[in-house]
Design a protein around this ligand. Structure first.
Ligand code: HEC
Ligand code: HEC
Ligand code: HEC
Ligand code: HEC
Ligand code: HEC
Length: 336
């Protein structure tokens, strides 16, 4: 037992970031902020079961790469810590988790009344802080250019930074766990469905986001689908139009990796990436033939899935229990 403890102590002392203040060190005074943070995607970034399953398939060097962003904190609890952002001093690159830190200096913040002193919050408000992690060049399946897409977006051109929309003085950072997330997500897409003639249905999906592609972030898992329910005159469901994977004409956006024969596979050497996303403000149109004469109405909805079913199944994970978020709905009657 003593041997194990000694080994643990050596492993811990060997860690270069031992002087990093723990979340607990800040939580003792910033109780409310720490409670909100604890529920956020950031606090749980090393604990997501999907992350663990994908990380486990990698060698030690690649795992260290994943950990730069998912477990940058030196503490065994993993995830991000308060210091990850508040003690950052800059970055060596706005990508790939290349932040720099100085834990001996005061945290960045605004109010002058802090017992610990505060540093100018310029970098805390800078989109580059977020972009250091929200821009991943990790090879097929792990290329996530969220920051560079943001830089070209209308929001960035209007002078907004990530913190203007996401921080709102709440450390949930308005991820999907946040109570307002559904409402905010709902503003990020619109859908329009219409019959061009008695047999041709046209569906148009528009990315209404000012800042992000649709979907954005970890697109290997995220999926946005247009689903159309076709009803008869008595309101009975006749058929549901739905595609289950991003493809050339599929009403599903996201990313899939394929082997040389075009079969959907997990990320590996030599795979091809097929990506279907919409830039801010852009639309995509699909046409489908409706031949069933009983169909009188088409109801379209846009679903956002956090982790697509194919990926979870391929990794041996149980299906997700959370329902997809519905971003937008629209209906059309069939012309006689
Ligand atoms: C001994 C109690 C105490 C500890 C421990 C503590 N703080 Fe503070 N902090 C305060 C007080 C008091 C203020 C000023 C009032 C306020 O804004 O909450 C403050 C202010 C701040 C602010 C500025 C708030 C603003 O409105 O801009 C930040 C940022 C901050 N602290 C971060 C941290 C971080 C990060 C840690 C851990 C490394 C930490 N604090 C640890 C007491 C503490
Ligand atoms: C992902 C980066 C990030 C992490 C992690 C983070 N913060 Fe912040 N924090 C920010 C940003 C951005 C702001 C907003 C700055 C502004 O608007 O001036 C902020 C603001 C604050 C403020 C002032 C406003 C408020 O919400 O009270 C305090 C206090 C604070 N943080 C403390 C903490 C503590 C304590 C932790 C850990 C429990 C933490 N932060 C973790 C980025 C972060
Ligand atoms: C104009 C406001 C705005 C700006 C600026 C902005 N975002 Fe967002 N972001 C949103 C909204 C709205 C959503 C959808 C709901 C949510 O999670 O808040 C979103 C979603 C996200 C998501 C989840 C994406 C998904 O599809 O699951 C991430 C990650 C994100 N933003 C990070 C960032 C980063 C990093 C920056 C800066 C480089 C940034 N955002 C700038 C408004 C903004
Ligand atoms: C140290 C790396 C790092 C920094 C810095 C960072 N993030 Fe993140 N962020 C992550 C990781 C990793 C995740 C994914 C966690 C998960 O889903 O398990 C994430 C998740 C998010 C989400 C939730 C997305 C969703 O789909 O629900 C939002 C929103 C977000 N970050 C915004 C920001 C903003 C805004 C900033 C800057 C204030 C920031 N992040 C700074 C690493 C970082
Ligand atoms: C440069 C920083 C960075 C690196 C390196 C990185 N990621 Fe991420 N990862 C992120 C960010 C930021 C998000 C959140 C994006 C979003 O919200 O869609 C994320 C999201 C994820 C998610 C989704 C989590 C969930 O619960 O839905 C998984 C899984 C994941 N990453 C796996 C990995 C693996 C495995 C590696 C290493 C091969 C890796 N990441 C390397 C930044 C990074």
């Amino acid at each position: 037992m003593r041997g194990v403890l000694a080994a643990l102590a050596v492993a811990f002392v060997g860690c270069a970031d031992l002087d990093e203040p723990s979340v607990a060190a800040c939580a003792s005074c910033h109780t409310v902020t720490a409670q909100r943070f604890a529920r956020s995607a950031h606090a749980g970034a090393a604990e997501s079961e999907l992350f663990r399953a994908l990380r486990a398939r990698e060698g030690a060097q690649r795992q260290a790469f994943c950990d730069r962003c998912h477990a940058p904190s030196a503490h065994p609890s993993g995830g991000l810590s308060c210091a990850t952002c508040h003690h950052a001093t800059g970055n060596r690159e706005t990508a790939n988790g290349r932040l720099t830190w100085d834990f001996s200096r005061a945290p960045m913040g605004r109010s002058g009344e802090a017992p610990h002193g505060l540093r100018d919050p310029g970098f805390l408000r800078d989109a580059q802080l977020c972009g250091s992690c929200h821009e991943v060049e990790g090879g097929p399946g792990f290329d996530e250019p969220a920051f560079s897409e943001f830089v070209r977006s209308p929001a960035a051109r209007a002078g907004l930074g990530c913190a203007d929309c996401h921080a709102d003085r709440d450390h949930g950072f308005v991820g999907r766990e946040h109570p307002e997330a559904a409402a905010r997500f709902a503003q990020s897409a619109s859908v329009r469905v219409q019959f061009l003639d008695a047999e041709t249905l046209e569906v148009t999906l528009t990315n209404e986001s000012q800042a992000h592609t649709l979907p954005s972030g970890f697109r290997l898992a995220r999926e946005v689908s247009v689903v159309v329910d076709l009803y008869d005159a008595a309101g009975r469901l006749r058929e549901t139009l739905r595609d289950d994977a991003p493809g050339d004409d599929a009403m599903t956006l996201g990313e899939r990796v394929e082997d040389a024969r075009g079969a959907r596979v997990l990320p590996a050497e030599g795979v091809r990436v097929r990506r279907a996303v919409l830039d801010p403000g852009a639309s995509r149109r699909w046409r489908r033939r409706v031949t069933d004469p009983a169909v009188m109405r088409a109801d379209a909805r846009v679903e956002h899935l956090r982790q697509n079913a194919w990926l979870r199944a391929a990794l041996g994970l149980a299906p997700l229990t959370e329902a997809p978020l519905v971003l937008a709905v629209h209906s059309a009657a069939r012309p006689p």
